[in-house]
Design a protein around this ligand. Structure first.
Ligand code: ADP
Ligand code: ZN
Length: 535
């Protein structure tokens, strides 16, 4: 017969002191742990570096039985388990990288009540054999890490997470926790429902703990891309001498080229991406962690689980695919609380490239639409004339005022009056709908406004519209920036699989001329403030 692992500590505070060497809990940690130790469920939203691990590890040490941790990051399991063992915790993992003998060993230890914690990959849990094994032993708590992965609308959906909804039924009486560092309002609601933490069938609902997502020591700066390499170099030179930082690029090629370029400029720059041999990656990562002043040029493959407190800057030379990704990546700066900078250069080329990647991706229409929405939210952050931090926090469902520590707060961006272009665009959309019951995406609408003559215009007889050719004062690129900015403010909405444009909630006031529409100048091609005509 199986045995339950004994409780290792009498109180959470004992565990915190003995295992981790900390004197006091941070933020909501103590309350979260109390909730779970007393048998309740919890949903924990806490930014990266906030201290989520302690929240599920300590209940596992204080309650009788083994703590089950569901984690999608197999690469990290090994490190976490090693770190726990080094601190005297009996931890192990079950995943696909193990041999049958290794797995059998862990299973035996579990049933003998020798394990405080066992980490499993989500796909393991969908196997009935694993469920039966875990049921024969005794669990103290079930922690679902990276819980946002259950959200089909999130940026990181993993189908295996959908099967985690019935863990409450499979393991009755075992408290459950869902933890994540990236959840918008919508994702928060969705993960609560999908993981059955909303009290189905009259059971007590989970308690929710939402920590502030603000990272006040990080200064956000986003600049229009002109000459990205030169801009990057002058940005890094503006940092204190010997500052360690991460430069994120989208492609392996761009990582290699940028690292080479920075090295030629005298920086201690190293590349990191999944295409490099494992030993090169390990060596570069080790240098970044150990030495001061290394600039790691990397794809997003770099950073998960990297706990380097004194990263002074994170730079993006390509547009991240989502605000969640941006927040997670920039969050690797300044974990020590010292002033740090999140810098990004972005341009129209990024937007075009990402739209193409989305179009060419193998996903279905829903998937593409979702990716498009993530991109739009990212663009809204780039093009806002308001506080960046406010925009970012609002995205994660947190209200705040202007921060005074981002580029738009420190220096109000140059704006021009976009009321007339907005009205021209809206009236074209409204007329097409009213007169012909048609709707189009940005490209075709801009062609109409700029009086372009192409097959589609001629076939549709759109050269006969009253608004045909009334927007020649702006270039194609300028118009695209106008569209993005209007989308970002809810004056326009993109609908359906093809992203056809329609008036948004805020369109009424614009059509009546009541709502001012200040638009950023710097994100446009070379817009002329007064609307001077040019070819
Ligand atoms: P997360 O999983 O939320 O990103 P971690 O659990 O990895 O964060 O914790 C981040 C860092 O904070 C770790 O180095 C951890 O040891 C440390 N930490 C956690 N709780 C405390 C605490 N109460 N006091 C001091 N440091 C803590
Ligand atoms: Zn601000």
């Amino acid at each position: 017969p199986a045995a339950a692992a004994p409780a290792r500590f009498a109180t959470p505070a004992d565990a915190l002191r003995t295992v981790y060497g900390y004197e006091s809990f941070r933020g909501d940690q103590a309350e979260i742990i109390d909730q779970v130790v007393s048998g309740g469920d919890a949903v924990v939203l806490m930014p990266t570096g906030g201290g989520k691990s302690v929240c599920y590890q300590i209940p596992a040490l204080v309650r009788e039985g083994t703590g089950l941790v569901v984690s999608p990051l197999i690469a990290l399991m090994h490190d976490q388990v090693d770190a726990l063992r080094a601190n005297g915790v009996n931890a192990a993992y079950l995943n696909s990288t193990q041999s049958a003998a290794e797995r059998a060993d862990v299973e035996r230890a579990y049933l003998a009540g020798e394990l405080d914690l066992v980490y499993v990959a989500p796909e393991r849990l969908s196997s009935p054999a694993t469920t039966r094994l875990l049921q024969r032993g005794a669990l103290s708590v079930i922690a679902i890490d990276e819980a946002h992965c259950v959200s089909q609308w999130g940026h990181d959906f993993r189908p295996d997470y959908l099967a985690l909804g019935d863990l409450g039924e499979r393991f009755p009486g075992v408290p459950r926790m869902a933890l994540t560092a990236t959840a918008t309002r919508a994702t928060h609601k969705e993960l609560t429902e999908r993981l059955h933490l909303d009290g189905p069938g009259g059971t007590p609902a989970a308690k929710h703990f939402v920590a502030s997502f603000d990272r006040p020591n990080i200064q956000y700066r986003i600049v229009p891309k002109v000459d990205p390499r030169k801009q990057l170099v002058s940005f890094i030179r503006s940092m204190p001498e010997g500052a360690a930082g991460i430069v994120y690029a989208l492609s392996r090629k761009s990582v290699e080229q940028t690292a080479t370029y920075l090295a030629a400029q005298g920086f201690d720059a190293l590349p990191y991406h999944a295409g490099l041999p494992a030993e090169v990656r390990a060596a570069n990562q080790a240098r970044f962690l150990r030495e001061g002043g290394v600039v790691m040029v990397a794809t997003i493959a770099f950073g998960m689980g990297i706990d380097k407190p004194d990263v002074r800057f994170v730079a993006h030379i390509d547009l991240p695919k989502s605000v969640e990704g941006y927040y997670q990546e920039t969050g690797r700066a300044g974990r020590d609380g010292e002033p740090s900078v999140a810098w990004m250069a972005y341009g129209l080329g990024d937007v075009v490239q990402q739209r193409r990647l989305i179009d060419q991706s193998p996903g279905d229409r829903t998937f593409k639409m979702r990716m498009g929405q993530h991109l739009d939210a990212m663009l809204a952050l780039c093009e806002t004339v308001e506080c960046r931090r406010q925009n970012l926090l609002n995205y994660f469902g947190q209200e705040s005022g202007p921060c005074g520590n981002c580029d738009t707060c420190l220096e109000k961006p140059d704006t021009f009056d976009g009321l007339v272009p907005a009205q021209k665009l809206l009236s074209t959309i409204v007329r097409l709908k009213r007169e012909r019951n048609q709707a189009f995406g940005a490209g075709h609408l801009i062609d109409i406004l700029r009086g372009s003559s192409n097959d589609r215009i001629r076939q549709q007889k759109h050269d006969g519209l009253a608004t045909y050719g009334i927007g020649t004062d702006l270039s194609d690129q300028d118009w695209r920036s106008v569209v993005r900015q209007l989308l970002a403010r809810g004056i326009l909405v993109a609908q359906g699989d093809y992203g056809t444009l329609a008036p948004g909630e805020a369109a009424g006031g614009v059509l009546k001329g009541e709502t001012p529409v200040p638009l950023r100048k710097d994100t446009m091609g070379r817009v002329s403030g007064g609307g001077r005509a040019r070819k």
